[in-house]
Design a protein. Structure first.
Length: 204
């Protein structure tokens, strides 16, 4: 079964002024669609044709670079759209707040560490908040379209992502040019903490 572009729960313009309309149109409709097209082409007629994307990525070392790059691109962007919301931002509450404070000391300390990981990623990639296999929350950064699900990342960075930020230039360059730190600051105004909390519950 071919993968398909997920529909957004908000309009392309809805994340203004933090992410501009043209960036969303290109990022969702062009970049993400290209990953899906290339992934479907790479797996057509193979045993991966009916596999869920998570299963493919957990054993991605056994597959081609096309599957790794485009499968990661599809999974990563699907997660990214889901944790953004025009009504997002603010502070988390409940279980996700408790988990963040338990593992990082405070929300502010978590936010600083996550933003630093996103800022420091050289070139294209992502920063992640993920649930490690032992149940603890951790932060890591991965290059290109890799993510913590993949068996190609280092063992200490493996787990289930629950929050991610895309720091490829296509995610922010039209609006922020080379000012990645400004884009990262704006990102916090859009985080859908209810979705992150749901992903935390599912990952544990």
């Amino acid at each position: 079964m071919a993968f398909a572009l997920p529909k957004l729960s908000y309009a392309h313009h809805a994340l203004e002024p933090h992410i501009d309309t043209m960036t969303m149109e290109l990022h969702h409709g062009k970049h993400h669609q290209a990953y899906i097209n290339n992934l479907n082409q790479a797996i057509a007629g193979t045993d991966l044709d009916n596999e869920p994307i998570t299963a493919i990525l957990k054993n991605v070392s056994q597959h081609s670079a096309a599957v790794r790059n485009n499968g990661g691109g599809h999974y990563n962007h699907t997660l990214f759209w889901s944790i953004l919301s025009p009504q997002g931002g603010g502070l988390p509450s409940g279980a996700i707040d408790e988990a963040i404070c338990q593992h990082f000391g405070s929300f502010d300390q978590f936010k600083e560490a996550f933003s630093a990981a996103a800022t420091a990623r050289f070139g294209s990639g992502w920063a992640w908040l993920y649930v490690a296999d032992h149940g603890e929350l951790n932060i890591c950064s991965t290059p290109n379209q890799d993510n913590p699900l993949m068996d190609v990342v280092s063992a200490e960075d493996r787990g289930t992502p629950i929050l991610g930020i895309d720091v490829w230039e296509h995610a922010y360059y039209l609006q922020y040019q080379n000012r990645r730190p400004e884009y990262i600051v704006a990102f916090w105004n859009l985080v859908n903490w209810e979705e992150v909390a749901k992903r935390l519950q599912q990952a544990r």
